[in-house]
Design a binder for this molecule. Structure first.
Ligand code: GLN
Length: 497
């Protein structure tokens, strides 16, 4: 493989190269570390890079292979979103509050991928505490979209999406509370899946909104996502919401032989709200073209209704902040992270610490959350939002009696220019209209590259389509995406330079 081929190779291809002895895990890690160093001044995808740890892990992977103990992910370089604790490394959540916080233990997902033999290169940038859609709220500076440097990468897992899209790592972890895996995947032309709530343990993953947060993989193909998810998923008693679900091989449907009509019998539900006003024309066109492709592969499409999905954004912006205001109360200058240098008494210390440590978006959400939980407003806002959340989940249940999966655009637009949304948070919130429903219902959902603006000419931006399915339908979603990716090359395109 040439140097550029190597950079944009998938996990599956790299695993084959490692197995064939074309390169060692150490050579691969060194090549990626050099690419990260070269791109970091422009893209800023990483908050921390760990060359020493990476080389040590790569040597261990090579040694395991020499002993005949290599698995599918042995020696594969990866990066973790900077809200997963990785022992001995900083875990900042891209916040000044945790600027110098060093994780004392590994998150469950970090341990799982370590045990699978992956090589951790570093921690990726995100919106502060995962609150945002553009990675512009990171304390460590903005992150650029490799397809168009003055566009946002999306968020909150923006650094992860950039790292995969720019060939810095073949795969990365992200977290998704309202779309943070799927939306940056869509904006950067990569594949990402948010699994069923409870599939990946949240132990050691810094909480934003605990009833919505889920970890998931982002990679260059659905097959690679399946490989990573297989390693990441599994019951963990340390997270009370971790499901006692048996371990699955998420690649099992992909591994079945390809037939002429591999999607024969699959019913794709199309909610009209996903194709209505407010969706950019190139996005609609790309998703329609993808549907034509999926029909050619044997799938049929049926109309379905999600009558309450229009309430998902307001419901999310009551429940998410409510949970965040509680989760983030531990950042008080006593237990973790930043503490104000000067203060008069304890209360003043709390106030100054939090005023200095948190950015505007985080403060906005803590204020809203505290308000909706306060006496007199709890019933009107928090309780009401919980009831509507249930209605949205029931809409999905009803829809899945008529179809196997639901399809639409991941986001109504392509990546906006840097700075364009920062003055208008409400507009930014509304862009999550298609992704939030899956978090509220707890169902799995993924974003798959399906086209570009201006037909992929230089300067054009990626478009993603979203597949949503019933609980535990990950293997099916990944297989549908895989069959689509075998018939198309959108996921293989690479940004220039
Ligand atoms: N963009 C959404 C928000 O700002 C989703 C974030 C997320 O999924 N972490 O809340």
């Amino acid at each position: 493989m040439s140097r550029t081929d190597l950079a944009y190779a998938t996990v599956t291809e790299l695993a084959a190269g490692l197995a064939a002895g074309q390169f060692s895990a150490l050579e691969l890690a060194d090549e990626r570390l050099a690419r990260i160093a070269a791109t970091q001044p422009v893209l800023n995808a990483f908050v921390s890079v760990d060359p020493d740890g990476a080389r040590a892990a790569a040597k261990a992977a090579d040694a395991a292979r020499a002993k005949g103990e290599a698995g599918a992910l042995t020696g594969i370089p990866i990066a973790h979103k900077d809200l997963f604790m990785a022992e001995g490394l900083r875990t900042t959540c891209s916040s000044k509050m945790l600027e110098h916080f060093v994780a004392p233990y590994d998150a469950h997902v970090v341990t799982a991928l370590k045990q699978a033999g992956t090589v951790l290169l570093g921690k990726t940038a995100m919106d502060e505490f995962a609150m945002g859609s553009s990675t512009e709220t990171s304390f460590f500076g903005l992150v650029r979209n490799p397809w168009q440097l003055d566009a946002v990468p999306g968020g909150s897992s923006g650094g992860a999406a950039v790292a995969v899209a720019a060939g810095l790592v073949p795969a990365a972890t992200g977290s998704d509370t309202g779309g943070s895996i799927r939306q940056p995947s869509s904006f950067c032309g990569v594949t990402g899946i948010k699994p069923t709530y409870g599939i990946c343990s949240r132990h050691g993953m810094v909480a934003f909104a605990s009833s919505l947060d889920q970890a998931g993989p982002m990679a260059r193909s659905a097959e690679d996502c399946a490989l990573l998810l297989t390693a990441m998923a599994g019951h963990d008693a340390r997270d009370a919401t971790s499901l006692p679900h048996p371990k699955e091989d998420y690649r099992r449907e992909i591994a079945e032989p390809m037939s002429q009509k591999p999607l024969e019998g699959i019913r794709i539900g199309l909610p009209d709200v996903f194709f209505g006003d407010g969706v950019d024309a190139p996005v609609v066109a790309a998703v329609e073209a993808a549907l034509t492709e999926l029909r050619a592969l044997g799938a049929v499409t049926v109309p379905v209704a999600l009558p309450n999905i229009g309430y998902s954004v307001p419901v999310y912006h009551v429940l998410g902040p409510a949970e965040a205001s509680s989760n983030l109360s531990c950042f008080d200058g006593v237990r973790y992270g930043h503490r104000a240098a000067q203060y008069t008494d304890l209360l003043d210390m709390y106030k100054k610490t939090r005023a200095e440590g948190f950015g505007d978006e985080v403060k906005r959400r803590i204020l809203i959350g505290t308000y909706v939980l306060s006496h007199g407003y709890y019933d009107a806002y928090y309780l009401k939002a919980q009831k509507v959340r249930r209605l949205i989940a029931e809409d999905y249940q009803a829809a899945f009696t008529q179809c196997d999966v639901i399809l639409g655009p991941t986001v109504p637009t392509t990546a906006p220019l840097l700075g364009a949304q920062m003055q208008d948070p409400i507009k930014m919130y509304l862009n999550d209209i298609f992704t939030i429903g899956a978090n509220l219902a707890g169902i799995p959902a993924m974003s798959v590259p399906c086209g570009f603006t201006s037909g992929g000419l230089p300067g054009s931006l990626p478009i993603g389509m979203q597949l949503q399915g019933p609980y535990f339908s990950e293997a099916r979603l990944l297989n549908i995406a895989h069959r689509f990716q075998q018939a198309t090359d959108w996921h293989q395109r690479t940004p220039k330079g």
